[in-house]
Every structure is written in structure tokens, then in C-alpha cells.
Design a protein around this ligand. Structure first.
Ligand SMILES: [Zn+2]
Ligand SMILES: [Zn+2]
Length: 796
């Protein structure tokens, strides 16, 4: 086959042509045209390059963006780099190559891979969170948060690696051990910047009403915030022995105040202040104090997550303290247990074994009292409130956002500390505070960021009193840049503001945001919070209170063995290796053909080979048809017009796999013996398929006499095909035994006539002759003869 499609040559040729061709992807705001902002999550440019998950989600977004362009929309489809973060810093520690250099190399590699895959990003709008011109605005947002009282420095417990002498983020703790060195992680309390996202908890729930997020995504947001109404109840603290008590009262948050009568004990978190006091006081039984001390130290070694997961284990120690149940006036014991977190409510809960399974298990295990002799009473709340013992409160599972990292590779927090004036913001005209280049990326002995070692960075003057002051050396968490990056794409070179108001007014909100399930909680929440905050500042358009209209979470691609891909398993599929072997067009089309865009699917090379063959056969059909120069016959005309309509409908709702399946079916029919396929119809087909196979489509478009580029064409008009024939499938006992083709369109909906026609066919008659049967009929589609036994050939 001399005409065999050489994808390597063709893809290389057109990739080169597209490198400098921005004719359809570089867009500007144009009020006369309707816009579509198609956003896909930007990647972290790691050293291992673009992975297949990126290729999958980005191809889906690309197909959609290409489709929307052809439908006449002004489509914004940008890409950038979420490049601050630990892996690059660790790489620098290992190799001595600076994070700046590694980031540059990696982003270049990623971009080449994206271009190779034919992703039509508008590179004129590329952003990088590590560029000073970008993080200037990340710092500006922080200053605004501080000015509005939403950023504060607080003592917070963190995960601490005693060997690396560094604070670790939760995701850096693997099985209670440091990700870098494997040493057991401890809990330490250090001073951290905290951003008060909880102040926006209600709005983050209510704002969802303004979006078209699917239920799954809305639920993920609401569950993460986990708003609970309840009552904070004050219990008087007493002690068995004649010692003084560490504090007079203890406050307990409960969503079931009506069960107060059944509260027979209290459990506090190991970090609760009342426990701290006890631990240091020498009073009480020495042995009991030892046990308590040991228990608290053990708890400190576990991460929050581990502790939450260990709820079932039910460990605990009695504190020797008692409390008075304000309703029954009975003394009840106070226990300490690690499943109670200081981060939720007051860090103390009441145990009601009669109405809570977990409390019951705890009571049974430690022999605590259980009170079943009462009826829950809603009126208790009013009484408690009236007596000043109870206070209505709303609690959230959502925690405030720890905004400090003691790492190098992040945005410097733009704050200055003066002994006299306290924390001061860096004056706006001094932004950005540039991240200085350093020799060593190791943290300091005190656990501070390596920036603390740079005298020229740290030493500064106080903006208020001009006296000597210290610059903050903490950097921001990796969410800081990604929570607002989608705004910067709208106006990436603006030196005066985040983005121009008129441009934001035109492009916002993001019409569709494609990303992973794992980002439906924190990333989505943080970015919506920052957007709402900017809205309050008046920094984004007034009539656009939410940033994202739709959110689509794409599926997951598993390895051929059905497992998650991982280096240790050695089952990783690398997209550019696949593209080199099968072609980028085949890789893209296969990714979209695997299944629904939100499904979890395993890689299958045989199916990929089938997709490659489809492209080769399409190529061959067009070469042959061009050589023959015939007009389409009626059947080909219908097939292609129907196909264009089918793809149109499917793409509008991102059903990529069914669109491709339809194209494969159409190609089978078009290549049947004796079919005539004309240029005009083939042109339509090529334009419609260009969204999936951008390279070969361009090649075929040229062959068909089209002008560069196929990607600037309008979506083809499909001629409406009027059905002239009905097809009714005939089954016997559910097995297909024949087909009735009839021009009696109306009659195809009546059982009697179809039964008559079916039985007129000897091939069907032989299956049912002399047998009893009943008929199941789906009008216009299926007639099924269900045999019920031998006997007269009669209907039942
Ligand atoms: Zn370590
Ligand atoms: Zn000062």
C-alpha cells in the first residue's frame, strides 16, 4: 500500500506550521462576539513531564474548545504553570540545580509535549506562578487579606520532621513519616500565617446556587465545609481530690443539646488547655499523671488524619477531673482521647451513650455510666440559654487556611515585623518582594525558611517608624498562585492591576472548568473564596459573584493491568512515547474514545491500534475518492450528513466517545463495495473530525482542495435527512433473527402490520411456525416473538 498514511511526517509538518500560527487560538476581547472561556487546570511542571492524566483532561478540553471555535464563539483557551512547590525544591536539594532553572527546563518540556499533542492553547497568554510579575499580585492579594483582618499570625500545631528540621504539609507526611527522609513526624506548635476562610463559610455554600456545578461537585464543597448548628454548653469543673481545678468551666459543643440529660462523661482533645495544665501540675496520683503524659505524647506523634481514622480504636485516659452536668447536676468524669480534635468546636465533646453508638462503645470499654432513663427534650436549649449556661453556635468542619511554609520555593509573604509596631505590610509600590537566589535550599536549624539566612533579605526598615525591622521569611503554600490564576490569563501583562476590569467583565465567569475530582474540594473552595474576597474589594466585576459557571471533573486512566499508574509498579503510560509510536491524532482520539469523559478506564493498546487503523482507513478513503472525483451517491450523502449532526450534538455535551464511535460506524459504511463518496461531503466530515485529529485533518483538508487552515472553518451545516425507511428488528426469544425494512413509516409503529410482515419472511416463519408465542413490541424498533410452548400457531 504505497499510500499508507505516514503520521510522523504529516504531524511534524503541521506542528511546524502551527508553531507560529495563532490564527484561531490567540483571541482578544470582542464585545460583538459571544465568548466561551474554556479552562483546564494548569499543571505542576515536574521533571517527569506530562503524564497521561494531563493528556486526557487537556485533550477533552481542547476538543471542546476547537468545537466551540467552529461554532463561532470567541474562545479563550489558555495554559500556564503552577510551578512553586516542593518537588522542584527537593530536586534542587538533590542536584544543586536551582529551582528557577529546573522550572524553566520543565515548562519548556511540557510545552513541547502539549504542542506535540496538538493542544490548541493560546500561548500569548501563558502565565507562570513563579514569575515575579505574576506573584506580585499573589502578594498584593495577601496584603489585602491582612488589611481586612483575614490574615493573622497564630500559634498553630504543625507536622514537624526532627531530622530535616522542617515543618511539613499534610501531603508531605506519608504514614506518619517524613516524605523526604522517613523519620517519624512530630507535632509542634509554631507561629504561622492563617487565612480566615471560615469567615466565608456561609457564602461559599450559598454561592453554589449561582453556579451550574453538577450535584457531585456541589456536594463535595458543602461536605467539606460541613456546617452544623448546635449549642455550646458550659460545664462546671470539679475534682475528686481536694486540689484546685485548672479551670472553672469547660465548654462543649453539641448538635444534640436535647440529649444533655444523657451526657454521662466528657471527652477532651489531648491539646485541650485543661490537659496542658494537668500535665505540668504535680498534683494528683503520680501514676495517673504519668499515664496521661505518655498518652498526650503519643497523640502528638500522629497526624490529624490518622487520629480521625483511629476513632474506632477508642483509646483514652481519665484526667481525674470531674464536671457537673448542668441539667442533672450530677458529677461526670472528664476523659482525654485522641479522636477529639482541637480544630473542631471547642475541642471537648459530651458523651451520650444512650444516643450515640461511638459514645456507647467508649462507655462500655471504660465502664462509664449509661443513662437510658430519659426522653430527649428540645426545650432544654431555651433553658440553658436563659440560664447563661448555653449559647447557640454554628460550627464548621472547614478549617482556617494555614498560609505559611518554611520552604524556599514559594512566594515570599510580603510582611515586615517591627518590634515597636508589630506586623506591617510591605508598601504596595515595593511589590513584588522578589524571591532571592540562594546557595543552599536546606532549612535553617530553627526550622525557618532558608530565606532567614540571607541578611540582605531579612534586614529592612519598618514602613511605619523607619526603624530597624525584619522581613517575613515564610513563603506561601502552593495553593496561593492557583487560587486566582484564571484571572491573570485575561490580561497577563497588566502592570497596574490583577486584570483589566473591562476584560474581566467580558470573559468572566469561566464557562467550563475541567479538572480532577481531587480538586473539587480544597482548590475549588480556596479559589472561590479568594474570588469572593476580591469581589468584596471591588477588584472583580460587580455582577459576577462567582468565578466558575460549570465544573467538570474528568475521569481517571488506569494502567493496562487495571491498577493506578505508578513508577514503583512500572506500569506508567507516557503520552509522548505513545504519540511517537501511534501518532498524536491516534493518541488523542483513543483517549477520547476510551469511554465517557468522567469515567475511570484502563489503558488498552489493542483498542488504540484500532483507532490508528480508523485514521489510516479514513486517509485511504479520501485519497481514493479524490482520485475518482465522483459525486456522492445518496447513501454516502446521508451517512455523512447524519454523522455531522450526531458529532455536533455529542460535542455540545462533551460525549466524545459516542461521537467517535459514530464516525467509525460511518466510515465502515462509506468504505463498502461500490459506494461513491464526493469531495463536498468528505470536506464536511474532515472539518467535523478535525477537533479530534487536528494533524491528519489538515492534510486531508488540503487534499480536498481546502485552504489553510481546516481549524479556521465554520462547523459544517448538516443537510437534514428525512427518514424514508424504517428498520424494525425481529427477534425470537430475544435473539435477532431478521430485520424488516419498510417504507411504511407509519405502519412500523403498529404491532399487527409488523407481525404480518415478519411472518411473511420464511427465515423468521421457520422459528415460530407451529409454536405458541406472545409478542413484545417496541413501536418502530423491535418485534420479539416469545415462545411459550408447542401447540397451535396462534397468538395468545
Ligand atoms: Zn525528614
Ligand atoms: Zn516600626
Amino acid at each position: 500500500m504505497g499510500d499508507k498514511y505516514n503520521f510522523l511526517e504529516v504531524e511534524k509538518k503541521w506542528a511546524k506550521a502551527y508553531a507560529d500560527f495563532y490564527g484561531y487560538r490567540a483571541v482578544d476581547f470582542d464585545k460583538t462576539r459571544e465568548k466561551k472561556y474554556v479552562l483546564v487546570e494548569f499543571p505542576y511542571p515536574s521533571g517527569s513531564g506530562l503524564h497521561v492524566g494531563h493528556a486526557f483532561s487537556m485533550t477533552g478540553a481542547d476538543v471542546y474548545a476547537r468545537y466551540m471555535r467552529m461554532k463561532g464563539f470567541n474562545v479563550l483557551f489558555p495554559m500556564g504553570w503552577d510551578a512553586f512547590g516542593l518537588p522542584t525544591e527537593n530536586y534542587a536539594l538533590r542536584t544543586g540545580i536551582s529551582p528557577q532553572k529546573a522550572t524553566k527546563d520543565n515548562t519548556q518540556k511540557f510545552r513541547e509535549q502539549m504542542d506535540q499533542l496538538g493542544l490548541s492553547f493560546d500561548w500569548t497568554r501563558e502565565v507562570n506562578t513563579t514569575d515575579a510579575s505574576f506573584y506580585k499580585w499573589t502578594q498584593w492579594i495577601f496584603i489585602k487579606l491582612f488589611e481586612k483582618g483575614l490574615a493573622q499570625k497564630e500559634e498553630m500545631p504543625i507536622n514537624w520532621c526532627p531530622k530535616c528540621k522542617i515543618g511539613l504539609a499534610n501531603e508531605e507526611v506519608i504514614d506518619g513519616k517524613c516524605e523526604r527522609c522517613g523519620t517519624g513526624v512530630e507535632r509542634r506548635t509554631i507561629s504561622q500565617w492563617v487565612v480566615k476562610i471560615t469567615k466565608y463559610a456561609d457564602r461559599l455554600i450559598e454561592g453554589l446556587n449561582q453556579t451550574d456545578f453538577i450535584e457531585k461537585v456541589k456536594a463535595a464543597q458543602i461536605n467539606w465545609i460541613d456546617k452544623r448548628e448546635g449549642v455550646e454548653i458550659r460545664f462546671e469543673v470539679t475534682r475528686r481530690h481536694n486540689d484546685t481545678v485548672p479551670q472553672e468551666y469547660i465548654k462543649v459543643f453539641t448538635t444534640r443539646p436535647d440529649t444533655l440529660e444523657g451526657a454521662t462523661f466528657i471527652v477532651v482533645s489531648p491539646e485541650h488547655p485543661i490537659v496542658k495544665e494537668l500535665k505540668t501540675s504535680a498534683r494528683g496520683g503520680q501514676a495517673r499523671n504519668q499515664e496521661l503524659k505518655w498518652y498526650i505524647e503519643e497523640a502528638a506523634k500522629k497526624s490529624d488524619l490518622e487520629r480521625e481514622e483511629r476513632v474506632r480504636d477508642k483509646t483514652g485516659v481519665f484526667t481525674c477531673l470531674m464536671a457537673i452536668n448542668p441539667l442533672t447536676q450530677k458529677e461526670i468524669p472528664i476523659w482525654v482521647a485522641d479522636y477529639v480534635s482541637m480544630n473542631y468546636g471547642t475541642g471537648a465533646v459530651m458523651g451520650v451513650p444512650s444516643h450515640d453508638e461511638r459514645d456507647k462503645e467508649f462507655a462500655v470499654k471504660f465502664g462509664l455510666a449509661i443513662n437510658n432513663e430519659y426522653v430527649p427534650d428540645e426545650k432544654v436549649v431555651d433553658r440553658l440559654v436563659k440560664e447563661g449556661v448555653g449559647e447557640r453556635k454554628t460550627n464548621y468542619h472547614l478549617r482556617d487556611w494555614i498560609f505559611s511554609r518554611q520552604h524556599y520555593w514559594g512566594e515570599p509573604v510580603p510582611m515586615i515585623y517591627c518590634d515597636k509596631d508589630g506586623w506591617q505590610t510591605v508598601p504596595e509600590d515595593q511589590l513584588p518582594i522578589q524571591l532571592p537566589e540562594v546557595e543552599k535550599y536546606q532549612p535553617t536549624d530553627t526550622g525557618e525558611s532558608p530565606l532567614a539566612n540571607i541578611k540582605e533579605f531579612v534586614e529592612t526598615t519598618c514602613p511605619k517608624c523607619d526603624g530597624k525591622a525584619r522581613r517575613e521569611t515564610d513563603t506561601m503554600p502552593n495553593w496561593a498562585g492557583s487560587d486566582w490564576y484564571f484571572l491573570r490569563y485575561l490580561d497577563p501583562n497588566n502592570g497596574k492591576s490583577l486584570a483589566d476590569m473591562e476584560k474581566m467583565n467580558y470573559w468572566l465567569p469561566v464557562d467550563i472548568y475541567v479538572g480532577g475530582d481531587e480538586h473539587n474540594t480544597l482548590h475549588l473552595l480556596y479559589s472561590r473564596f479568594i474570588y469572593q474576597f476580591l469581589w468584596d474589594l471591588g477588584a472583580v466585576p460587580k455582577d459576577k459573584p462567582e468565578p466558575y459557571q460549570k465544573r467538570l471533573s474528568h475521569g481517571v486512566i488506569l494502567a493496562p493491568d487495571g491498577n493506578r499508574m505508578s513508577k514503583t509498579r512500572g506500569n506508567v503510560i507516557v503520552p509522548d512515547e505513545v504519540a511517537a509510536k501511534f501518532g498524536a491524532d491516534a493518541t488523542r482520539t483513543y483517549l477520547m474514545f476510551m469511554g465517557p469523559f468522567d469515567a475511570t478506564m484502563a489503558w488498552n493498546e489493542r483498542s488504540l491500534t484500532g483507532v490508528k487503523r480508523f485514521i489510516e482507513r479514513l486517509y485511504l478513503l479520501i485519497i481514493e475518492s479524490v482520485a475518482k472525483g465522483e459525486m456522492s451517491d445518496e447513501v454516502s450523502f446521508e451517512i455523512i450528513n447524519k454523522l455531522v449532526k450526531k458529532i455536533d450534538g455529542d460535542l455540545a455535551v462533551m460525549k466524545f466517545n459516542t461521537a467517535i464511535a459514530a464516525a467509525m460506524g460511518a466510515l465502515n459504511s462509506l468504505t463498502e463495495e461500490g459506494r461513491k463518496v464526493g469531495i463536498a461531503e468528505l470536506k464536511k466530515m474532515v472539518v467535523a473530525l478535525a477537533v479530534f485529529v487536528p494533524f491528519v485533518a489538515e492534510e486531508l483538508w488540503q487534499m480536498l482542495g481546502g485552504e489553510f487552515s481546516v481549524h479556521t472553518q465554520k462547523w459544517p451545516d448538516a443537510v437534514k435527512i428525512i427518514e424514508k425507511e424504517a428498520t424494525v428488528v425481529v427477534q425470537v426469544d430475544g435473539k435477532t433473527r431478521g430485520v424488516i425494512r419498510t417504507q411504511e413509516l407509519k405502519n412500523s409503529k403498529t404491532q399487527e402490520r409488523m407481525e404480518e410482515l415478519a411472518l411473511a419472511d420464511p427465515n423468521i416463519k421457520k422459528w415460530v411456525e407451529g409454536k405458541k408465542y406472545k409478542v413484545i413490541f417496541v413501536p418502530g424498533k423491535i418485534i420479539n416473538f416469545v415462545l411459550t410452548g408447542d401447540g397451535d400457531s396462534s397468538r395468545m
